[in-house]
Design a protein around this ligand. Structure first.
Ligand code: NDP
Length: 401
């Protein structure tokens, strides 16, 4: 029987909700392009309830305990004295969400002698040292597509918020002001701007599709080119490299995974290539950017705005410069964990566990590492190596109280 160690974010500060704003969720038949939704044999939660926090337990307890397994759930994940690090020593499976990542570094892999699988309840397994997983033959899985559209919607919201100066204007309204000139001295229309995405995978392409009706000119760069029919339909301009795309764009959005090829790809040198006054939206991973270079570019005016929900490490230290840099529209990491998305990735996690325990193959699209190599989506979208370096800094958030 297995020990499953699940790291989830804390419950709301007022306690686990007793009621919700809405009574149901829209029904999806399948994802865009036809990929089927998660297909577990059963679920023990009500879609629309808070599943990603500690009391929600991703709806897994009944299923796991009925099958004789042990489930340990904690939010205490950082530092050598954390519950996570203590419980890890005999865990068979670790589950965590990118919003509150349980960093699985080489040191932690070395302690986790029984570990067979790391499940990302969400998308993006960069909090796992993939090289160690490869070397130690630990399977890494994620719930591909579960929240790609959730994030694409967020990207569009953040682009519009920055360009139109929404958040500072809202602050004026809240504080009793009517300071129109203060609001509009930094506000523009998106219409006819040049908007480019780094990566046109599930999220990147969904962003392009959602932005096309705004009558903007769309650009993308990706390791694999989209079908010609899609390029024509959306009137896309493809760029062979990121560096070729940056200078033509008014807005750049990052939608690629974090792996050694993409770590710190936005830095002092590459920011010089951007048009002065460009906007940068990053809901992919904080470590795609050199954090201090971004803050400098906002202070100098090289960037007119930066928004996103991803930081490094997570939770971000209280003195992280992105909390206070000018013209930022940052939120904690939330875009992929709406109640809508949680229902999908909780079901996807259950599907992965059912397959694992019943000895059935896990869907190829959910695989990142298997059998000592990148596999499935991992082989397509990631590169070998480790992107967890520096994650121990996450403990500073806890220590700051
Ligand atoms: P996909 O796997 O569908 O797309 C990733 C795309 O990135 C692929 O098209 C891949 O290209 C491309 N890519 C990889 N490396 C490079 C590179 N060096 N240069 C250009 N393109 C590259 O994943 P999703 O779109 O669903 O998700 C993307 C990322 O978004 C996730 O990995 C995760 O980090 C982040 N995310 C954030 C969430 C949030 O809540 N903020 C939630 C979900 C995801 P190709 O395959 O053609 O080689």
């Amino acid at each position: 029987m297995a020990k499953v160690l699940c790291v989830l974010y804390d419950d709301p500060i007022d306690g686990y909700p007793k009621s919700y704003a809405r009574d149901d969720l829209p029904k999806l038949e399948h994802y865009p392009g036809g990929q089927t939704l998660p297909t577990p044999k059963g679920i023990d939660f009500t879609p629309g309830e808070l599943l990603g926090s500690v009391s929600g337990e991703l709806g897994l307890r009944k299923y796991l305990e009925a099958n004789g397994h042990t489930l340990v759930v904690t939010s205490d994940k950082d530092g050598p004295n954390s519950v996570f690090e203590k419980e890890l020593v005999d865990a068979d499976i670790v589950i965590s969400q990118p919003f509150w990542p349980a960093y699985l570094t080489a040191e932690r892999f070395a302690k986790a002698k029984n570990l067979k699988m790391a499940v990302t309840a969400g998308i993006g397994s960069d909090h796992v040292d993939l090289q160690s997983a490869i070397d130690r033959n630990v399977t890494v899985t994620e719930v591909t597509y579960c929240n790609s559209i959730s994030v694409a919607e967020h990207v569009v919201m953040m682009i519009l918020s920055l360009v139109r100066n929404y958040l500072p204007s809202h602050e004026w309204a809240k504080s009793g002001g009517w300071n129109i000139a203060d609001c509009v001295q930094h506000a523009y229309d998106l219409e006819k701007m040049e908007v480019g995405t780094v990566a046109a995978g599930r999220i990147g392409l969904a962003v392009l599709r959602r932005l096309a009706p705004f009558d903007v000119n769309l650009h993308y760069t990706d390791r694999h080119r989209l079908p010609e029919s899609v390029e024509k339909e959306l009137n896309l301009t493809w760029h062979a490299t990121r560096e070729e795309m940056y200078p033509v764009c008014d807005v750049v959005t990052l939608n690629c995974p974090l792996h050694p090829e993409t770590e710190h790809m936005i830095n002092d040198e590459t920011l010089k290539l951007f048009k002065r006054g460009a906007y940068l939206v990053n809901t992919a991973r904080g470590k795609l950017c050199d954090r201090d270079a971004v803050a400098r570019a906002l202070e100098s005016g090289q960037l007119a705005g930066y928004a996103g929900d991803v930081w490094f490490p997570q939770p971000a230290p209280k003195d992280h410069p992105w909390r206070t840099m000018p013209h930022n529209g940052m939120t904690p990491h939330i875009s992929g964990t709406t109640l809508t998305a949680q229902a999908r990735y909780a079901a996807g996690t259950r599907e992965i566990l059912e397959c694992f325990f019943e000895g059935r193959p896990i869907r190829d699209e959910y695989l990142i590492v298997q059998g000592g190599a990148l596999a499935g989506t991992g082989a397509h979208s990631y590169s070998k190596g480790n992107a967890t370096g520096g994650s121990e800094e996450a403990e500073r958030f806890k220590k700051a109280g």
